[in-house]
Design a protein. Structure first.
Length: 241
């Protein structure tokens, strides 16, 4: 293959622009939108290889390049590792948004902890969608410390009650299924404390795990929670059965 510099000159000649002028970068990246043609793919890869630093310092250019690189669906191993490495190294962190992080969580599912760390150091706040994607990923990887950290976000974020309820249900069930009974129970109690109306399915998951482990004291405590919460008839009926 040609050298990177050679590819850059070819692209400049082809587009008839100088890429040493950073203001041309967003213009070209905007033209790479839509269906990817071989020409667009080459343009994206050339900018990614040669001008990524400049783009990481530019509020207009960074989202365009990040989006373009993520759109090269068949991210090969090298590009993929370079992207993760650069993101972890703080590339573009001044401009990162929650939606971009959601995209990164979905792309780098197996490196979820790295992406969460990047979000924390860049002070990017989760939204319901990115938190759910993270919880699903941590569940699949059976990553208990990460689940513990993510479960805290459920209470700290300004979520609407429906999103909070979905995230609470998902986290509680996942923890119980991972065998993290104590952590699952403390999440459940927090939900009750936050007046989240629990879902009957979550309740069934909790009950079956407690019964399986013969944790009768916990079962009684669960009833007391329900009584204090004004008992949901469907839960009481299920419990009696």
């Amino acid at each position: 293959g040609r050298t990177n510099g050679g590819r850059l000159q070819t692209l400049e000649k082809h587009l008839d622009v100088s890429l040493s002028d950073p203001s041309n970068l967003p213009i070209i990246l905007k033209q790479c939108d839509g269906a990817l043609t071989p020409g667009k793919r080459t343009a994206i890869k050339t900018i990614w290889e040669n001008k990524w630093r400049e783009c990481g310092e530019n509020a207009e250019c960074f989202p365009l390049l990040l989006d373009a690189v993520l759109r090269i669906e068949d991210l090969n191993g090298r590009t993929r590792n370079a992207l993760l490495g650069r993101i972890k190294g703080g590339w573009g962190s001044k401009f990162l948004t929650t939606d971009q992080c959601l995209n990164l969580i979905q792309t780098f599912n197996e490196d979820i902890e790295d992406i969460i760390r990047v979000m924390e150091s860049a002070n990017v706040t989760h939204n319901a969608e990115s938190l759910l994607a993270s919880i699903n990923s941590a569940t699949r990887r059976r990553n208990v410390p990460l689940m513990k950290k993510l479960s805290e976000y459920i209470w700290d974020l300004p979520l609407n009650s429906q999103d909070r309820s979905v995230l609470f249900s998902k986290t509680t069930s996942s923890l119980m299924e991972m065998g993290e009974i104590e952590l699952g129970m403390s999440t459940w109690r927090k939900g009750i404390h936050f007046r989240i109306s629990p879902d009957l399915d979550v309740f069934k998951v909790i009950m079956s795990h407690l019964m399986e482990k013969s944790q009768h004291r916990e079962v009684m405590a669960l009833y007391n929670d329900l009584i204090e919460d004004g008992i949901r008839p469907d839960m009481m009926t299920y419990s009696i059965i």
